[in-house]
Design a protein. Sequence first.
Length: 544
Amino acid sequence: MTRILTVPTQPIEGQKPGTSGLRKKTKVFMTPHYLENFTQSVFDAIGGVAGKVLVLGGDGRFFNDRAVQVILRMAAAQDALRVIVGQGGILSTPAASNLIRKRGANGGVILSASHNPGGIDEDFGMKYNGENGGPAPESVTDRIFARTQELTEYKILETEDVDLSALGEVSLAGMVVEVIDPVADYAKLMAELFDFDAIRNLFAGGFRMRFDAMHAVTGPYATAILEGMLGAPAGTVVNGTPSPDFGGGHPDPNPVWAKDLMDAMFAEDAPDFGAASDGDGDRNMIVGRGIYVTPSDSLAVLAANAHLAPAYAKGLAGIARSMPTSRAADRVAEKLGIEAHETPTGWKFFGNLLDAGRVTICGEESAGTGSDHVREKDGLWAVLLWLNILARRIEPVQQILSAHWAEYGRNYYSRHDYEAIPTERANALVQRLRDISGDLPGQSFQGLTVESADDFAYHDPVDGSQSARQGIRIGFKGGSRVVMRLSGTGTEGATLRVYLERYELDPSRHDLPVEEALAPVIAAAEDIALIREFTGRDRPDVTT
Ligand code: G1P
Ligand code: ZN
């Protein structure tokens, strides 16, 4: 027996999607009507789902399985034509983006809180991606939020759960539920982009790698591609079985949370290459034997060497980086004579540039790298492009980086985060910087002379839209820089992010410890922004 219910409801406060959809504590998502209200608001905001084809899946975190069933029942009650769902409700974010594009779907719903921990006491999230496969633009997320404020009812089918364990098609009150292998299409795309023969030879020659899936969604993808298709020895992928609470860990691929990988890569018998990815598979971390590669450097190296992979052999149209990302990539673009774009934080700002063919490769300092193959950042893609480059250059990661720095100069880089600070204090700090930014140029701090200072405003060259107040940029003579902005993804108070960069052209100074190289920039940031005074903290909570 199935029947369609129209459930009366009320608007729920605070359902405002941020940089990457709506993220809340899992228990909040589990409160009665919460998920349903937000889902209905998404459906309404996109003009309903009747007759539409949607992609659906998530990173497998706690509540993923329940949420998928609810969304399927709501889509069926509202006459969607077809929902393509990953087996077991699983899809990595880049795989979902690929499916939307490949299958010509109208859009997709992705369930994830990315790199945030999962579990009943941790985080859950939901985001909507449009027909280009990318995160919904602000105009759509604004409409979704507006709908959450006025919703009075939602429609849902009353029926049993759909069996998502078997591949194939089933009907849910007339709507087709197509259960697909979450890995197959994605793996095929990767095989088209990269020189799998070269990478296979690399592994056959004894090259050793450690891929840490952090108990998250890329486990099955990495195992199928690295061990299955590319012949890496069994055991190359560690923590490869996804679990609803990510093994109790924090699936955030950086030296802090992927410490095991760092330790392995700095040990005596370290493998040649190490990598990790996050909860939903869009972030990546790259480590060579005895050397961590910052995401900013990784973007620059990938851009400079992308032509070694078949998909990019004809060259790049342009490179885009988010504003706080180091300017290493700009130097590559300059040398290649291609466009360089600086966009606000968040992957969605790359979408227009990619759609318009203005850029081919994009990246963020927060471990996100990707290209025009999908409209999300893509963790495994970055790892495979590195492997393709390593397979062609046959040089250790360390050597590739040294050569890169010798050619372009080195952008020392670090990010300091001050978490859960009272919102009004964080706002006051930023407001003060806005107020004084006009007076900074010409002033010197710790021997660094300010060349430019502003609150970054982005003018999208494709659709002409404006995004103001994206963060304070302070540039010093010689190419060093401090950027400060407030996080848009935090769940508690405000998080101040301080991005520190020092440019060094002289190769004899390319091997300094990062903290030492950045010391003057860190001190200048403190002098300018009075971080201690405003935050009441004498050191950052997290340094990456
Ligand atoms: C953070 C990162 C940003 C990334 C976003 C979503 O946002 O800094 O680069 O796009 O997560 O993964 P933030 O908390 O800084 O607003
Ligand atoms: Zn993610």
